[in-house]
Design a protein around this ligand. Structure first.
Ligand code: KG4
Ligand code: ZN
Length: 349
């Protein structure tokens, strides 16, 4: 089975092609919009939607050429239908639907969060169930993954997403956009114990997260400095922030693993996914957390942690092989929770 997947929910336009036999990855085409958004210090939705439209055709052609396939060889077309910046989501979803309509192949409407969550199964043979820490620019959640489409939300951020905390702090430090990677780079030169930062919710029960107080603490520390900021302050703050975030994620994952143990649930692994899972310090902190529970820690290779078309294609493949596909009138959605925490929370639009 060969599936083509389209991603356009944020600032990467991407097309991937996967198949269910090794080597699984047949093509990986991606155009980042970093340069278009850099002057604004963050993603501008209107610019993103136009840039997706400008690039999407070429990327589909590029992916098919890389895989030496034609559309006739593809068994299904998957596209992100949400959650995300709606203008961009509509571009990719329309492209996917049009291709499915023309070729009369099944269309799979992929939830971007589900795609992050299943992406580990593209690179590793990990069975269900597993504990997933989904850490990206827009989300921070702990999910109990029982199977395709079967997710239980154990905890989520009460305010900002973890990637947002990296991105806003990078902006305050004058490191620019995209923030997480630049913080990781700057942190290499800094002392992680130099600046004490608050660790919201650490040591408290439950699996929820909070990052807004941490972000405010970074802002206050930056404001208290003489300008321009010295490179040693920037490096020390980057290292301190990275270590603090790693400790928060570790503490919350620890609580989730203990909760699963109490319930008698046995995860195959602790899995991290989403752009922030590319961070090495965070991967190391989660590795030791998993080891304490005698579990492997798994995360996709860094290039597949951030948004890409392969994860959309893979989620499409996982769904289609279970017989799941979607009608061509499926809507693009700005919000699309994987698993509401309790009834009435996160109403869909
Ligand atoms: O999954 P993703 O590409 O897009 C969303 O679905 O949000 O995640 C993007 C987020 C951004 O906040 C970015 O700063 C963060 O992932 N990120 C990182 C690293 N690479 C990307 N954060 C920390 N360290 C990194 N190396
Ligand atoms: Zn993402």
């Amino acid at each position: 089975m060969k599936i083509l997947g389209i991603e356009s929910s944020c600032d990467e336009t991407a097309v991937g092609i996967v198949c269910d036999d090794a080597p699984r990855i047949l093509a990986h085409a991606l155009a980042s919009q970093e340069n278009a958004h850099r002057p604004y210090g963050g993603v501008v939705p209107e610019i993103a939607a136009r840039a997706h439209l400008a690039k999407i055709d070429d990327l589909v052609r590029q992916a098919l050429a890389e895989a030496s396939l034609t559309l006739a060889d593809i068994d299904g077309i998957a596209a992100t239908c949400g959650p995300g910046l709606i203008g961009g989501v509509m571009v990719g979803a329309m492209m996917g639907k049009a291709m499915a309509a023309v070729t009369e192949k099944p269309f799979i409407a992929v939830n971007h969060l589900e795609a992050h969550g299943l992406s580990i199964r593209l690179s590793e043979d990990v069975p269900f169930p597993y504990l997933l820490l989904l850490i990206s620019g827009g989300h921070c959640q702990l999910l109990w993954v029982k199977g395709v489409g079967a997710y239980e939300l154990l905890g989520a951020s009460l305010d900002d997403a973890v990637g947002e905390c990296f991105d806003k702090s990078a902006k305050l430090l004058g490191l620019g956009y995209p923030g997480g990677v630049l913080i990781e780079k700057a942190a290499k030169e800094g002392n992680p114990n130099a600046i004490p930062l608050p660790r919201p919710l650490i040591g408290r029960k439950g699996c929820d997260f909070s990052f807004s107080g941490l972000k405010t603490a970074v802002r206050l520390a930056v404001e208290a400095q003489e300008k321009p900021l010295t490179s040693s302050f920037i490096a020390d703050m980057a290292a301190s922030l990275e270590q603090t975030i790693a400790a928060i994620l570790q503490d919350r994952a620890e609580n989730a693993l203990s909760l699963l143990e109490t319930r008698g649930d046995k995860p195959a692994a602790l899995v991290a996914a989403g752009g922030v899972a590319a961070n090495l310090a965070i991967r190391q902190a989660l590795t030791s957390c998993a080891a304490r529970h005698k579990l492997p820690f798994l995360a996709p290779p860094p290039a597949l942690c951030t948004d890409n078309g392969l994860m959309i294609a893979w989620a499409g493949l996982e769904r289609l092989r279970l017989g799941l596909s979607d009608p061509l009138d499926t809507r693009a959605r700005p919000r699309w929770p994987l698993a509401p925490k309790q009834l009435g929370e996160f109403p869909d639009e």
